[in-house]
Design a protein around this ligand. Structure first.
Ligand code: GDP
Ligand code: IMO
Ligand code: MG
Length: 432
């Protein structure tokens, strides 16, 4: 039995939370390795809906260790809020069940202020960020002025860093962006208070993973966002500021590449994206509305309506290469029910030429038109299916087309938000 990395293959919101929750049954340790509370991972368990932004989706299981790796940017207020909410729902969160890497960078109030003020200043040209301060926090990490979880344990260091950072941030906020400057004292006070609650969770996550490897306990790596939001490989600049690709599980959790195991790519049966940026198969017609309404495509983090379109396998094929995918989990197949004809984008056409991977230039991408393979749809509600044989032939053909065009096997098919609304075709843990 090996480990499994779950990544999004599109622009996020593929249903990673549900897939991670499902696989957690077989894991001992679940670890987030990048992104922050821009993520919104939804689980439906026992008829109850839970949305996680920072805590790994495995927390609903009693006997699992959940880790927030060094590659995650952590807003301590959001983390504590999430812990309180779980406690309120009767789920115990204690050190032992949850740990935070001492090397994880913290989102500070000035990161959120900068994110919001910059987006406002951009007007129509805005990226459509989640406004959670993700970009500015990763910027500070790269600029080597970031504040890390370990700094919460050293009040002097924390104070010195907040004061020094605020000099520059306040100048930029006030003089360039016309936003309100922030006071170091109140930030220090609130972060010291939060430090008190968080200190027993802060540890060396990499060592916990090493122990798990030595004891042959399975690790599940929970990706956030999606491959085409990757700051290197995505639709730059309409991307997030981290690397959601599978390789980041190593740097963002503190583990070597040979321990990653099976790389599972989550593919929504159609495409969505929230925020600005190119989207070749976008539908602004009734079919797009069908997908949004049937799929309840409204952001789990910001509540924004998601842009919807046909399944783009150019995007998924790129993800297969960029992540080294072993298999696919197809989600939300049920949402396609009721459509007469289904379309799958198998390539792009650009000024008479066929393009089979997503161009880096946005100008070139704007000229790309989708080449569709059409397939008949189905009328039935498939959300009760638990085996492939219970799906209508058209739905099975749709899955076969995905396998043929991507060259990858499908290990999981999801036909509804609940844990049990799933067809299992393979076991990623036993196929490293
Ligand atoms: P994530 O960010 O990749 O974890 O995905 P989100 O949680 O943001 O969005 C996926 C949404 O689809 C959530 O509301 C899930 O409850 C829901 N969902 C997941 N799988 C299925 C499925 O197979 N069918 C339907 N109808 N909903 C699903
Ligand atoms: P999960 O993990 C979908 C998008 C934002 C915006 C861009 C940059 O739930 O799949 P940021 O706040 O990261 O600087 O915003 O990235 N984005 C997501 N879209 N799902 C997510 O996470 C996302 N996280 C960020 O909408 O377009
Ligand atoms: Mg989401």
């Amino acid at each position: 039995m090996g480990n499994v990395v779950v990544v999004g293959t599109q622009w996020g919101d593929e249903g990673k939370g549900k897939v991670v929750d499902l696989l957690t049954a077989q894991a001992h340790v679940v670890v987030r390795f990048q992104g922050g509370n821009n993520a919104g991972h939804t689980l439906v368990v026992g008829g109850k809906k839970f949305i996680f932004h920072l805590i790994p989706s495995g927390i609903l299981y009693e006997d699992k260790t959940c880790l927030i790796g060094n590659g995650v940017v952590v807003d301590p207020e959001v983390l504590l809020g999430e812990m309180d909410k779980l406690e309120g729902a009767g789920i115990r969160v204690t050190p032992g069940r949850l740990y935070l890497s001492e090397k994880a960078h913290l989102i500070m109030p000035y990161h959120k202020a900068l994110d919001l003020a910059r987006e406002a200043a951009k007007g129509k040209a805005k990226l459509g960020t989640t406004g959670r301060g993700i970009g500015p926090c990763y910027e500070d990490k790269a600029a080597r002025v970031g504040i890390r979880a370990v700094d919460l344990l050293e009040p002097d260091t924390l104070e010195q860093k907040i004061r020094s950072n605020l000099k520059e941030k306040n100048f930029f906020l006030k003089e360039y962006l016309g936003a309100e400057p922030l006071e170091p004292e109140s930030i220090l006070e609130s972060y010291l208070k939060m430090a008190d609650r968080l200190k027993s969770y802060i540890t060396d996550v990499s060592k916990i993973l090493e122990e798990a490897v030595n004891d042959r306990r399975q690790i599940l790596f929970e990706g956030a966002q999606g491959t085409h939001l990757d700051v290197d490989h995505g639709t730059y600049p309409f991307v997030t500021s981290s690397n959601p690709v599978a390789g980041t599980a190593c740097t963002g959790a503190g583990i070597g590449p040979r321990h990653l195991g099976h790389i599972l790519g989550v593919v929504k049966a159609y495409t969505t994206r929230v925020g600005a940026g190119p989207f070749v198969t976008e539908l602004t017609d009734m079919v797009g509305d069908h997908l949004r309404e049937q799929g309840v495509e409204f952001g789990s983090t910001t509540g924004r309506p998601r842009r919807c379109g046909w399944l783009d396998l150019v995007v998924v094929r790129d993800s297969a290469r960029l992540n080294g995918l072993n298999s696919l989990a197809i989600t939300k197949l049920d949402v396609l029910g009721g459509l007469d004809t289904l379309k799958i984008c198998v390539g792009y056409e650009m000024e008479g030429m066929k393009v089979d991977s997503r161009p880096a230039s946005l100008k070139v991408m704007e000229k790309c038109k989708p080449i569709y393979q059409e397939m008949p749809g189905w009328e039935q509600d498939i959300s009760g299916a638990r085996e492939l044989e219970q799906l209508p032939q058209q739905a099975r053909d749709y899955l076969v087309a995905i396998q043929d065009i991507t060259g990858l096997p499908i290990s999981i098919v999801s036909v509804g938000p609940a844990r049990e609304q799933t067809i299992i075709l393979g076991d990623p843990f036993s196929d490293p």
